[in-house]
Design a protein around this ligand. Structure first.
Ligand code: KG4
Ligand code: ZN
Length: 359
C-alpha cells in the first residue's frame, strides 16, 4: 500500500509517500518546504504570510514527493485537516481533495496530533521499522494501552490510547503549550524564532544553574500542566539583567546559558513527572513522546531514563529527530491505519477545523 500524505497545518509545506507492506513502514519520500527564515524576521508565525507560502509551495512539494511514482501507484491521499492555522490548513486540504478527485483515490482525514503519535513507528535513519518488543519481526503497532505525551508549539497533552483511533485526553496544559513556552522565553531573551532549538543549544553550554525557577503543578493530583507562569518567572528573573545590558559578552553568554538550562530542566521535570505518574496509573504498556518539543535531546534522554527506571515493563517510543517537528511522513503512517479500517472521508464532507480535538 502506498499513501500520499500532505501536511500544511502551520508553517511547513510537507508531502510524503509512505509504503506499508505486511506490517512494515517505509518512507519513500518526505519533502518539507520550511518557512522558518521568513517568519523568524517577524519573531513568530504570521498566518497570512504562511498561507501565501503554502500556496506557492504546495505543487512543487507534492511533485517532488511523487517524483518516483505515478498517480496509479498511489492507494489513497491522506491530509491533516486540523488542529492548526485555518488559512494554512485550507491549502493542504484543497490540494488533497483535488488530487483525490483527479486520481479517483480515497481521501483520508488525519488529526495533526494523531499524526504526531504515529510518527514514532519508524526509525528514519535506516528506514527500518522499530522492532516490536514481543515479536521482533519488524511488524509495527503499539502495545495497548499506550500513553502519549504530545508536546508541540500549540499543544501539550497526555493522551491515553486503548486502541488505534481510540483516544482519551487525561491531561493537558491550562495555558501555554510547552513549545510555546520555549518560543516565548527565546523571544524575551532576544534569541529569535523558533525558540526550542536555540534555547536547548544555549542550555547545552551549561551544566548547572544558580537561577531557580518553579516546577509548575508538578505535585498537583491531576495530569494537567501550566507553563505560562514559568515564562513569567523567567521574565522577572532576567529583566534587570536584560535592561542593564551586558557590558561583558562572555558574562552574557554564560548568564543566558544558565537561564536556558534551568528553564529547560524545569519543563523536563514537570513533563517527566506527570507522564510517569499517568503511565503508572493507567498501566501503559507503551509510552510515547511526540511533537516538535520531542526533538529536545535532554527531554528525550531524561524521559527514556525515567521510563526505564520507573516502569521497566513499558516500551518507550519516540520519533527519529527528523520526524519530531511537523512533517507529512507521520501523516502517511497514521493514514495507513485509517486505510486498513476503510475509514475514508467523502470530498464534500472533509472540513478544515483549526480546533479539531483528538477525542
Ligand atoms: O509539532 P511542531 O513542529 O509544530 C506544532 O504543531 O506546533 O512543534 C513546534 C514546536 C515549537 O514551539 C518549537 O520551538 C519546538 O517545537 N521545538 C523544540 C525543539 N525543536 C522544536 N522545543 C524544545 N527543544 C527543541 N530542540
Ligand atoms: Zn505539530
Amino acid at each position: 500500500m502506498l499513501i500520499l500524505a500532505i501536511e500544511t497545518s502551520c508553517d511547513e509545506t510537507a508531502a510524503a509517500v509512505v509504503k506499508y507492506d505486511r506490517g512494515c513502514f517505509d518512507i519513500k519520500s518526505n519533502i518539507i518546504a520550511s518557512q522558518v527564515e521568513i517568519h523568524s524576521k517577524y519573531g513568530g508565525i504570521v498566518p497570512e504570510v504562511a498561507a501565501r507560502q503554502h500556496v506557492k509551495n504546495i505543487i512543487p512539494v507534492v511533485d517532488e514527493a511523487m517524483s518516483k511514482f505515478k498517480p496509479e501507484d498511489i492507494d489513497a491521499v491522506a491530509v491533516v485537516n486540523g488542529p492548526g492555522l485555518i488559512t494554512s490548513l485550507f491549502v493542504g486540504v484543497e490540494a488533497a481533495k483535488t488530487l483525490s478527485l483527479a486520481w479517483n483515490k480515497p481521501l483520508i482525514s488525519i488529526n495533526h496530533l494523531e499524526a504526531h503519535i504515529y510518527s514514532v513507528l519508524i526509525k528514519q535513519e535506516n528506514k527500518k521499522t522499530i522492532p516490536r518488543q514481543s515479536s521482533g519481526q519488524g511488524k509495527q503497532t503499539f502495545e495497548f494501552p499506550a500513553l502519549a505525551l504530545i508536546v508541540s508549539g500549540g499543544h501539550t497533552q497526555l493522551v491515553l490510547m486503548k486502541g488505534h483511533g481510540k483516544y482519551e485526553i487525561v491531561g493537558e496544559t491550562r495555558d501555554d503549550a510547552a513549545g510555546e513556552a520555549f518560543d516565548k522565553v527565546a523571544k524575551l531573551l532576544g534569541l529569535g524564532y523558533p525558540g526550542g532549538p536555540v534555547v536547548s543549544a544555549y542550555a547545552e553550554k551549561s551544566s548547572t544553574s544558580k537561577i531557580e525557577l518553579p516546577r509548575p503543578m508538578i505535585r498537583s493530583k491531576d495530569f494537567d500542566f501550566s507553563f505560562s507562569g514559568l515564562k513569567t518567572a523567567v521574565l522577572y528573573e532576567t529583566r534587570d539583567q536584560l535592561k542593564a545590558g551586558f557590558a561583558n559578552p562572555a558574562f552574557k553568554d554564560k548568564y543566558i546559558a544558565e537561564v536556558c538550562y534551568e528553564f529547560q530542566q524545569a519543563v523536563i521535570d514537570v513533563l517527566t513527572a506527570k507522564t510517569i505518574k499517568a503511565a503508572k496509573k493507567f498501566g501503559a504498556k507503551t509510552v510515547i513522546l511526540a511533537g516538535g518539543v520531542s526533538a529536545n535531546k535532554e527531554l528525550r534522554g531524561q524521559m527514556a531514563d525515567a521510563v526505564k527506571k520507573e516502569i521497566p515493563s513499558s516500551v518507550f517510543c519516540l520519533p527519529s529527530p527528523g520526524l519530531s517537528t511537523d512533517n507529512a511522513a507521520m501523516v502517511g503512517m497514521a493514514g495507513v491505519f485509517h486505510y486498513l479500517d476503510k475509514d475514508f472521508t467523502k470530498i464534500e464532507d472533509l472540513k478544515v477545523d483549526p480546533n479539531l480535538g483528538l477525542e
